[in-house]
Design a protein around this ligand. Structure first.
Ligand code: AMP
Ligand code: MN
Ligand code: MN
Ligand code: MN
Length: 284
């Protein structure tokens, strides 16, 4: 079950978070790649959606409003994608603002930790690359590479930025159940993002999915560009067991990560109920 081209991609990033392409560039690339249904899902931000919406209308791509909310579960950072939400919902926008405040504080502390490790001024470097001057970890990774501290961004995560590494800062993200509630209260569908990327044992993965379902979560990202065939099958089985819809997305961040391509991911197993069905049902 290799990655294959699909016309549906429900997880991608732009320069409104840690992606490399502007919303307009991203949508043009989606249209070029044969993607006709696209959800833009920036980390804790919906600010790409208006530009993306205009570009999609011009190019005949159907845009689903999206977001990827940072949350905590069991002392780990877990991401919850929201699909089809009302991006103008003021209470939701206030909640995203609280996330950006957490990001801003976290970035300050990360900058201080990196300074102590011998790399002063990285906060400022990273901030120049970031939307609203609030850097995410990939912006710090880029700054570390430019400072000659690491050969590439992957190494920057492995040495400094990943959980339990010296520049990692634990962030007081909302609990996963709260992230689900925020998305649902804004009229969205809550989707557990890339469950195969949290490096969990089978037992823990199932516990996460059970907790997510019990919190009102509605779908799992079964088909993700970085999920291998066994993971896809395991997640398809768990989606069935916990009565969850299945989503598919590349988690595309831009051309420099050559192993992730827009619109490419494993096919959804036939036992899955596609989350698009749920989106369409609600639209009727
Ligand atoms: P943040 O939201 O600031 O915590 O940054 C998380 C983002 O960093 C993820 O969405 C990925 O884009 C990127 N990321 C996380 N872990 C790694 C890793 N090990 N290597 C490269 N990029 C990573
Ligand atoms: Mn990211
Ligand atoms: Mn994510
Ligand atoms: Mn993502």
């Amino acid at each position: 079950m290799q990655n294959q081209p699909s016309n549906i991609d429900l997880h991608v990033h732009t320069t409104a978070s840690d992606g490399e392409l502007t919303p307009v560039q991203l949508v043009a690339k989606a249209a070029d790649s044969g993607v006709s249904v696209l959800a833009v899902t920036d980390h804790d931000s919906v600010s790409a959606l208006s530009d993306a919406g205009r570009a999609c209308a011009e190019l005949g791509v159907s845009l689903i409003s999206g977001v990827e909310v940072s949350s905590r579960w069991n002392n780990m950072d877990i991401h919850v994608v929201g699909l089809g939400l009302n991006a103008g919902d003021q209470r939701f926008l206030d909640r995203l603002q609280s996330q950006m405040n957490r990001r801003s504080e976290r970035a300050q502390v990360m900058g201080q930790k990196l300074a102590k490790l011998g790399y002063p001024g990285l906060m400022e470097q990273a901030a120049m690359k970031a939307p609203q001057g609030i850097p995410a970890r990939p912006h710090f990774a880029e700054a570390l590479v430019e400072a000659g501290a690491c050969k590439d961004r992957k190494q920057a995560f492995q040495r400094y930025l990943a959980q339990s590494k010296p520049a990692y800062v634990k962030t007081d993200w909302p609990e996963i159940s709260e992230a689900v509630r925020w998305i649902r209260e804004a009229g969205g569908i809550a989707v557990l993002a890339h469950p195969g990327r949290y490096k969990l044992t089978r037992t823990k993965l199932e516990r996460l999915i059970k907790a997510f379902a019990e919190s009102g979560g509605q779908a799992l990202e079964v088909s993700v560009s970085t999920h291998g065939p066994e993971m896809v099958q395991q997640l398809a089985d768990l989606a069935l067991k916990y009565d969850l819809y299945a989503s598919q997305g590349s988690d595309y961040h831009g051309p420099s990560m050559r192993w992730v391509q827009l619109g490419k991911m494993p096919a959804l197993p036939s036992t899955c109920r596609p989350v698009l069905d749920l989106l369409e049902q609600r639209a009727r």
